[in-house]
Design a protein around this ligand. Sequence first.
Ligand SMILES: NC(=O)C1=CN([C@@H]2O[C@H](COP(=O)(O)OP(=O)(O)OC[C@H]3O[C@@H](n4cnc5c(N)ncnc54)[C@H](OP(=O)(O)O)[C@@H]3O)[C@@H](O)[C@H]2O)C=CC1
Ligand SMILES: CC(=O)N[C@@H](CCC(=O)OP(=O)(O)O)C(=O)O
Length: 346
Amino acid sequence: MSKIKVGVIGASGFVGAELTKILLNHPDVEITGLSSMNHVGKPLSEVYPAFTGQYDLNFNNNATVIEQADVLFLCLPHGESENLVKQCMDQSKKVIDVGADFRLKDLDLYKEWYGVDVEFPALHEQAVYGLSEMNREEIKRTKLVANPGCYPTSILLGLYPAISNKLVAPGSLIIDAKSGVTGAGKALSEGTNYALKNEGFNAYKVATHRHTPEIEEKLKLMGAGETKVSFVPHLLPANRGILSTMYVDILDGIDAKSIQNIYENWYEDEPFVTVLKAGKLPDISHVQHSNQCQIGLTIDKRTNRLIIVSVIDNMQKGAAGQAVQNFNLMLGIDEIKGLSMVAPSF
Ligand SMILES: NC(=O)C1=CN([C@@H]2O[C@H](COP(=O)(O)OP(=O)(O)OC[C@H]3O[C@@H](n4cnc5c(N)ncnc54)[C@H](OP(=O)(O)O)[C@@H]3O)[C@@H](O)[C@H]2O)C=CC1
Ligand SMILES: CC(=O)N[C@@H](CCC(=O)OP(=O)(O)O)C(=O)O
């Protein structure tokens, strides 16, 4: 079988580099181009010396990379993708957009939270939200995937069985999440400066983070109805990983064992989601560098709350790994191909 020609737009960024690393080990892929804005003409190894002596390719411009590939991954800042996706689709390419431009179906909400005007609404209608475990069949049929945000991936996977099986009263949910600093991308601002953040730990964008409408919109599709979430992200002094904790009121009459069983059965056949045995809790170090999500459940009998703890690697299941999972689905390839299943980090 001839290899699939793949280009990475914005390969000079953290997610683009992580994707390039994954794609290099994907047996069905030939990387035909890597693009950047400020590094065109320079080799990948100059920006990421880890590639030295292993693999190299000069960064090219977007138009050339699009032309030479059949499938494009876009790893760009918000608002930069829409135009380029239009160019890709006009040339009949398949696209996985890792940024936020196509995640929200409600375009008024998108404008409100991102401050970006939509130029091509029909493209937004076409896009399928790429939470692989939720929309697998639609992803297989689409030409445009909107890869989910990193926080929403961990949160939605954690809540999916409880919401879909109506185990909890969605009402208003409390979500408390922590992300490693790679979540902020390569262009480190003062907010993620090592000297300022190492040994520190802070909440940010409390109840104002742009992932809030994405979480609410997708929870509704899972059956939650009109739900509001109080979402509080924190910056963790670690490179990678997201740990999200969700607190939800259990509906009367549902016991701990049933909830545990429903979760375990729901994800039984999922290669990238594991529900831990009762009493066990996940740790970001158990999923770093892999495409895994691990979920631990606790029933707080005193308050009648289900407390769900969900962990992922923001660069893998939260971005590049899930993007390749969606690529495999779109191209009819085994879903796990090229993806790291287990990657102990210690
Ligand atoms: N980091 C994470 O954990 C996650 C990130 N995402 C999303 O993925 C996207 C990329 O994030 P991340 O890699 O972290 O960000 P980075 O800031 O690390 O990288 C963005 C890259 O985009 C390139 N770029 C910007 N504009 C253009 C353009 N017009 N054409 C070509 N290249 C361009 C820049 O290239 P250059 O420097 O060469 O100009 C830069 O290297 C964002 O939308 C982000 O929100 C999603 C989930 C998780
Ligand atoms: C730690 C940190 O700063 N994280 C980023 C979110 C990660 C990200 O890149 O957002 P998308 O998934 O929407 O693309 C933030 O809070 O803005």
